[in-house]
Ligand binder design. Structure first.
Ligand code: SF4
Length: 374
């Protein structure tokens, strides 16, 4: 099942309106983080290391609605933390659906079956289930044995009930391209609508700093994974962003395209870095020194970054900036095979062994947060 035409039309007409209005910096997707606490402790996460008094805080539904209205983006992605741990997540989603926002509720799905009755199927709501590869790879990435099976079970239940479901995959150094391609087969067989991908980013706060990718390695890995695509693979991403990951295109980062709002306010400049906060979206746009960010800026924090939240809005903007960009998008949509003999050879290269699973035991703090529901 592809992305509904109504969503494509909403997004395309929104971007064209921004272009006609001459707006150079416009938001495409609001990254709304209603909480930071989580029921996993993934080695690559930069959110769960906050102290307990921060992890206990939630955005209220009213704060979420105010941010969504201030920003005006047609799509809202709800990461976290684990949004299903928010005590009013049902109310938040209902309010956003009423505002006709296309919502991607990003979840590790551990609580999805338990909480699914809080939601009604809608073309506006998609569960974006975090799965970082096949069983072994995913369980390793989220440091939780059995995490893959629980998530897949929840995906089946959500699909059975008529919800839109996509997957959301972060790939780190050492990901095995062959296994990632087999994972795509598994997800398509499950019946998900599409797959989202991003390379990992080295968060200062993340406990595992060893397994992040440099730009050249990122491009090589995605070239191996995304060339010679199978016909049934569906990606919930701009074709030009996928070409960017494969090293076929370069774009500047446009962090205002996916601004982040959380309990601290509007985060400068992006989802990953924290160089201060603004009280309003207008203040974020006006007071962030945007020239200090992006790969070309020379900022070491941006040097290796190719993440979805920095560059997919750039790719979408390129689609609507020239006839060439539009035609390239049409071509990437209609003819996504990307035949590449060298990429086929790369798939046969020896891969490093998968590291044994290290299960991170929940800390006393995390356990108490879960028990209290705080
Ligand atoms: S390059 Fe990456 S880290 Fe730097 S501003 Fe853009 S998204 Fe943020």
């Amino acid at each position: 099942m592809p992305v509904p035409v109504s969503q494509m039309w909403t997004v395309a007409s929104y971007v064209l309106r921004q272009k006609f209005a001459g707006r150079k910096q416009y938001p495409l997707v609001l990254m709304l983080e209603p909480l930071f606490r989580c029921n996993l402790a993934c080695a690559g996460c930069g959110k769960i290391q906050y102290p307990a008094h921060i992890l206990k805080k939630d955005l209220t539904p009213e704060e979420c609605f105010r941010a969504v209205e201030e920003c005006g983006a047609p799509m809202v992605s709800i990461p976290g933390g684990e949004p299903l741990m928010h005590p009013q997540i049902g109310e938040i989603i209902e309010g956003l659906v009423a505002r006709k926002k296309y919502i991607y509720l990003c979840t590790n799905a551990l609580l999805l079956k338990e909480k699914i009755d809080l939601f009604k199927p809608s073309k506006y709501l998609t569960f974006s289930v975090h799965l970082d590869g096949q069983r072994e790879e995913h369980d390793l990435a989220v440091c939780r044995e059995g995490g893959y099976d629980i998530a897949v079970d929840a995906v089946k239940e959500a699909l059975r009930r008529g919800f839109r479901v996509t997957t959301n995959t972060t790939l780190f150094d050492g990901a095995n391209p062959k296994s990632v391609r087999a994972f795509f087969d598994e997800m398509m067989e499950l019946g998900v609508e599409g797959m989202m991908l991003s390379p990992g980013y080295s968060y200062d706060k993340a406990p595992d700093q060893k397994h992040f990718l440099g730009r050249a390695r990122t491009r090589r890995m995605f070239r191996a994974i995304l060339s010679n695509r199978k016909k049934n693979w569906q990606f919930n991403l701009s074709p030009l962003f996928l070409e960017f990951l494969m090293g076929k295109r370069t774009y500047p980062c446009t962090p205002w395209g996916m601004p982040t709002y959380n309990i601290f306010g509007w985060q400068k400049p992006c989802y990953l870095l924290q160089d201060g906060y603004a009280e309003t979206f207008a203040e974020l746009l006006a007071t962030t020194e945007w020239s200090k960010y992006g790969t070309e800026s020379g900022n070491p924090a941006c040097a290796n970054c190719m993440v979805h939240s920095g560059y997919e809005a750039s790719a979408v903007n390129a689609t609507f900036s020239s006839l060439g960009g539009f035609l390239a998008t049409v071509k990437g949509t209609l003819f996504p095979a990307y035949r590449d003999e060298e990429a086929l050879r790369m798939l046969e290269e020896p891969q490093a062994a998968v590291h044994p699973l290290v299960q991170i035991a929940p800390t006393a703090q995390a356990e108490s947060l879960q028990e209290t529901g705080a």
